[in-house]
Design a protein around this ligand. Structure first.
Ligand code: SAM
Ligand code: SF4
Length: 338
């Protein structure tokens, strides 16, 4: 691993920020039930989405402040026609960060190789079922085969280790925990289960319905020999070797066992708002600065850097999902960038 660059984005709890999740669009070609309703129409106005030049400027300033990892997300990042150009230009920055992408894989068959050629390092693919009919029910689109083909294309293009994220829902796909892991191990996918979070557009999350990390671990342990891999640093997943390894499975207990104390992430929404937490109630507007015609380019950069610092300094110690006073953010996951 390379030496860590000095991060200037250190918050009041001494957390150094090195990871920026950049949502490049809120649009999507699926309608996963835990994310947005089938008739979702509350899209961001097109002219609010940041252009490639605007994205690049924000990312460049962030790298100068110590950001080392950029994860492109959405919405579905691959529906943005200029996604390959975005990756190529981020990788060409003077302080080029590592670039990865979270995707539903629908467009990976055609884009995996161009993205790899542009310098993309890895992809995380979201897949909650191995059953084509169930996939249709869960996403409102009959595109299961495209996901599998997309994953294979990513592996051929060397976008590895390929991580697959799955959300288990009670009575809906929780019977697939074991088959999903068996299939992942056999196909070289690094599977990670993520606890369902209160981030759906329709606000229908219920704690009692959530399948907890402890429950997932118990379920998987009936079939596999799982041994915890020590030290996870700022990585959110608790990793376990499966049947002696080398394959591992991750369990991300965002709700039941938050990892806020080690959080090193910031987020940029597709419409140019910095968020210091997925669950933040406040955002820091960078779009207005990007589009302010009255300032010089040097002033613009300086102001963007200050906005990042201000956002980091206002970061709370934790997301508070477990507090009685918790209020779900106004924006759904698709607009924040998961
Ligand atoms: N469209 C891409 C995808 O699905 O991978 C990227 C954006 S999506 C919002 C990012 C991740 O958030 C996916 O792995 C998805 O499963 C997860 N996600 C969305 N809503 C969620 C929720 N309410 N709780 C937990 N994870 C969620
Ligand atoms: Fe789209 Fe990803 Fe949300 Fe599913 S989870 S609806 S693929 S943004």
């Amino acid at each position: 691993m390379g030496e860590l660059r000095m991060s200037m984005l250190v918050d009041t709890f001494n957390r150094a920020h090195r990871d920026l999740r950049v949502s490049i669009t809120d649009r999507c070609n699926l309608r996963c039930t835990y994310c947005m309703p089938p008739d979702f129409s509350d899209w961001l106005p097109g002219d609010h989405l940041l252009s490639v030049d605007e994205l690049l400027l924000v990312i460049e300033v962030a790298t100068e402040q110590g950001i080392e990892n950029i994860r492109l997300t959405g919405g579905e990042p691959l529906v943005r026609p200029d996604v390959v150009e975005i990756v190529r230009r981020v990788k060409a920055l003077p302080l080029a960060p590592k670039v990865s992408l979270t995707t539903n894989a629908l467009r990976l068959t055609e884009l995996a190789q161009p993205l790899a050629d542009a310098g993309l390092e890895r992809v995380n693919v979201s897949l909650d079922t191995l059953d084509r009919e169930r996939f249709k029910t869960l996403t409102f689109r009959d595109r299961f085969n495209d996901v599998i083909a997309g994953i294979e294309a990513a592996q051929r293009a060397g976008l590895t280790p390929l991580k697959v994220n799955a959300v288990l829902m009670r009575g809906i796909n929780d019977d697939e925990a074991i088959p999903l892991l068996r299939h992942s191990v056999a196909n070289g996918w690094n599977l990670r289960f993520i606890e369902q979070m209160p981030l759906d557009a329709q606000g229908s999350w219920e704690r009692a319905e959530m399948i907890s990390a402890a429950e997932i671990l118990e379920l998987l342990s009936t079939e596999f020999d799982l041994v915890a891999v020590p030290t996870r640093g700022s990585a959110p997943a608790e990793e376990y070797t499966v049947d002696g390894g080398p394959m591992t499975v991750g369990i991300i207990a965002s709700v039941s066992k938050p990892f806020c104390a080690a959080c090193d992430r910031l987020r940029l929404t597709a419409d140019g708002q910095i968020r210091n937490c997925l669950f933040a109630r406040d955002e820091t507007d960078v779009r207005a600065t990007l589009r302010d015609p009255s300032i010089t380019e040097a002033e613009r950069r300086d102001r963007i850097a200050r906005l990042f610092t201000a956002s980091v300094m206002a970061k709370l110690p934790g997301h508070g999902i477990n507090d009685p006073s918790f209020i779900q953010p106004d924006r759904p996951m698709s607009a924040i960038g998961g």
